[in-house]
Design a protein around this ligand. Structure first.
Ligand code: PDD
Length: 283
């Protein structure tokens, strides 16, 4: 069955949804996006994603589209019968003749949203087995705090991971881990959770913010600072967070077991708390 997608004010069958070949998202990756998960037909952390969208747009001198985004998210979830899955949203600077300089500020943005059905999203078998990661150099641009659609290097990283028989790659800059290809990275040593501090080096994960809040509320110790690959290999546990994976344990780095080589209790506990609390707050 064909999905219904949203393009610039219209709900269309996916085959009929089109954007211009002159769209700056297509020509320059001049656009930003958000991914919001859906559990039990409801949106997880919607406000956080909406706030980060506003920030990404502002950083690129783009206006917030005049659209009720919560309503469009809900309408797509309903029309596509999504129980568990994702809503993808993309806003680009719109279509204009190819020119590096931005077009006039009144150029209408392109606003696209679509859903991806992922039955059992919160029951991923990987939460029980854990994932394997490799390390790769972070060769992305310097404004990773802006959630742009410029995702070629993360895609290359994912392919490098696959080629190495792993599930994902953690990127390393100046000897310290920045983040995963599409997630924030954490280690646990003793009773301390360590994750890189917010800066332009990483995306300010919405799941990260919620998980760190829950960790502190549960009296867990959190250190926001860079950590090295040696620290990863000597950690008791490691995990990632993102809207699509929630909290997912990491059990191997570059072929070496982390801790016992099995998912650890801190990641399991945080996953449980995050899923429980965010389901309660879902809209
Ligand atoms: N990725 N870091 C990067 C580079 C990301 O692409 C993402 C999200 C995150 C986690 O952010 P959040 O918790 O807000 O999802 C961190 C999304 C899920 C994606 O590209 O599909």
């Amino acid at each position: 069955m064909s999905r219904t997608v949203y393009v610039n004010g219209d709900y269309l069958p996916e085959e009929e949804a089109k954007v211009s070949v002159f769209d700056r998202g297509f020509l320059f990756a001049d656009g930003v996006y958000e991914v919001t998960s859906v559990l039990g037909g409801k949106l997880i952390d919607f406000d956080g994603h909406a706030r980060r969208l506003a920030r990404s747009l502002a950083e690129l001198d783009m206006a917030m589209p005049d659209v009720d985004l919560l309503e469009v998210h809900r309408e797509l979830v309903t029309r596509n019968g999504i129980e568990d899955g994702l809503v993808y949203l993309q806003v680009t600077r719109g279509a204009a003749d190819r020119d590096f300089a931005y077009p006039a500020a009144d150029t209408p943005p392109t606003v696209v949203l679509f859903t991806q059905s992922k039955p059992g999203l919160a029951d991923s078998p990987m939460a029980k087995t854990g994932m394997k990661v490799i390390s790769i150099p972070d060769e992305r641009w310097g404004r990773r705090d802006i959630k742009t659609v410029q995702l070629l290097y993360p895609s290359m990283g994912k392919m490098m991971a696959k080629a190495a028989g792993a599930d994902d790659a953690w990127m390393v800059q100046d000897g310290a881990v920045t983040e995963g290809t599409s997630n924030n990275a954490y280690i646990v040593k003793g009773n301390t959770i360590v994750t890189r501090q917010l800066s332009t080096d990483i995306l300010h994960g919405i799941t990260r913010a919620a998980v760190l809040r829950f960790a502190r509320e549960a009296q867990m110790k959190v250190e926001e600072r860079p950590f090295t690959l040696d620290e990863v290999k000597n950690a008791d546990e490691a995990f990632i967070t993102s809207a699509s994976s929630f909290v997912m344990p990491v059990v191997q780095m570059d072929g070496e077991a982390i801790g016992t080589g099995a998912p650890g209790p801190v990641a399991a506990r945080l996953r449980e708390i995050y899923l429980e609390e965010s389901r309660k707050a879902a809209v």
